[in-house]
Design a binder for this molecule. Sequence first.
Ligand SMILES: Cc1cc2nc3c(=O)[nH]c(=O)nc-3n(C[C@H](O)[C@H](O)[C@H](O)COP(=O)(O)O)c2cc1C
Ligand code: SF4
Length: 483
Amino acid sequence: MWRPPERIRYNAHGGRWPDAAQAAAARLFSPIKVGPITLAQRTWVPAMVPWRASETGFVTPEVLEWYERFARGRPGAIVVEATGIRDVPSGPLLRAGHDRFLPGLRDLVRVVRTASEGETRLFIQLIDFLAIRRRPLPSRFFGEFLAITAQHRAAFADPEATDAEVRSWLVSLPPEDAAKVLDARELNSLEFGARERVTDTHLDQIRDLPAQLPILFGNAARRSREAGFDGVELHFAHAYTMASFLSRSNTRDDGYGGALTNRVRLPLEVYSRVRAEVGQDFVVGCRFLADECIAGGSNADDAAFFGTEFAHAGMDFLSLSRGGKFDDAKQPKIGDAAYPYTGRSGYECMPSYYSDAAGPFGRNLESTARVREAVRQSGFATPVVAAGGIHSFEQAEACLASGKADIVGFARQALADPDWFRKVVTGHGSQVRLCLYTNYCEALDQRHRQVTCELWDREALDEPGVRLSADGKRRLTPPPWKP
Ligand SMILES: Cc1cc2nc3c(=O)[nH]c(=O)nc-3n(C[C@H](O)[C@H](O)[C@H](O)COP(=O)(O)O)c2cc1C
Ligand code: SF4
């Protein structure tokens, strides 16, 4: 992963932990209304993909155990990992694109209700993503994948040449010479692997996204409701389809790109279809970017506009993330796919302990506050969820007290210690296992391996009933905590 060149090292500090009486009086542990429901406390576990679904997208015993373990810590809400809305193969990522996924999703809701004794509210993040290919061998790229055009024939100096003739000429050249005939997009496909973009309106499936996505999101949201979730989080953040519609890089000319009002149009149409499917008594919110953190990308001003539009439309919460784009991702090795958390924008999304003067803790708070301020100034009370490097009670409480956010997300800190919430609220904060922000977990995610935390995954491997990773070297959930 990219790191700021300053390489200033930061360590997370627990600071002062409250006793049980102080915790009971804290904002963090006070209830908050989110649309039609109330969270018992303003703590939130943001979506994290743990790579535990089956190859066909079903909930597995490992998925159940993972969320059960988070629920025992009793945060105000858990958002289940990004879950695909289409009924297409997408590897071991959860899916909600067909009714056959319902029984597993119902089990997931049941284990969280039981483990938290009904205290933790459960949302599911619904995602759409576009096709991406692995970085090809140059010989396969020129020999098979490249669509031969007049430009390539002109370089071959024979406008009548067949595709096969142009291909065999290109394959015969040293790859760096062959690359000279490519335009910028083709070169990017050679160097990074081909990737669909929302601006590829010459492709039927991309042109038709505005017609199809509202239906797909709507159906997946209806299934989420049928499975018993309290609500859905529409994934409008990071490198995925909906965020690409919101991005300043979206230059579609069909009314869904360009000006801010056009870029927000499809997200609003998705929302309205989802709302029509699930009704008013089910939570519908979204996660989007306070800042894309890429050259020429959307910034906090754009996000303030989007947030206000979402609040105006009737969304029940707004969760802000940061960065995580393909645009500045590192070049993958041949045979690997690009990963959107390897460049500077990836660092902004999951900042690690080597940082710059701003540091990794609360890096997204000012932009989040900017969005919240705009939403409040427009007269909406929609709760805003902050995340990014938050690990201590004092940080979380200050974030609420200063009005930067209404709910505090703890992603990696909850992975490091899912009992954080129970420990702190019962006055056992000094027993919290603090996240190191090394991104060991994120590196596992990048390699599509079952995500665990270095702080607990080698502990008590011989404990009876403990479930181990595929290689048998790591436990998949942290050991239990007893007060
Ligand atoms: C292993 C892992 C998987 C993640 N998966 C998702 C995801 O599915 N959806 C999402 O919106 N963010 C995802 N994130 C980002 C987190 O939700 C969060 O925004 C980020 O880690 C910063 O918050 P933190 O500093 O509290 O960890 C993931 C993060 C990690 C570490
Ligand atoms: S592996 Fe654990 S300690 Fe390291 S960043 Fe992830 S959650 Fe934090």
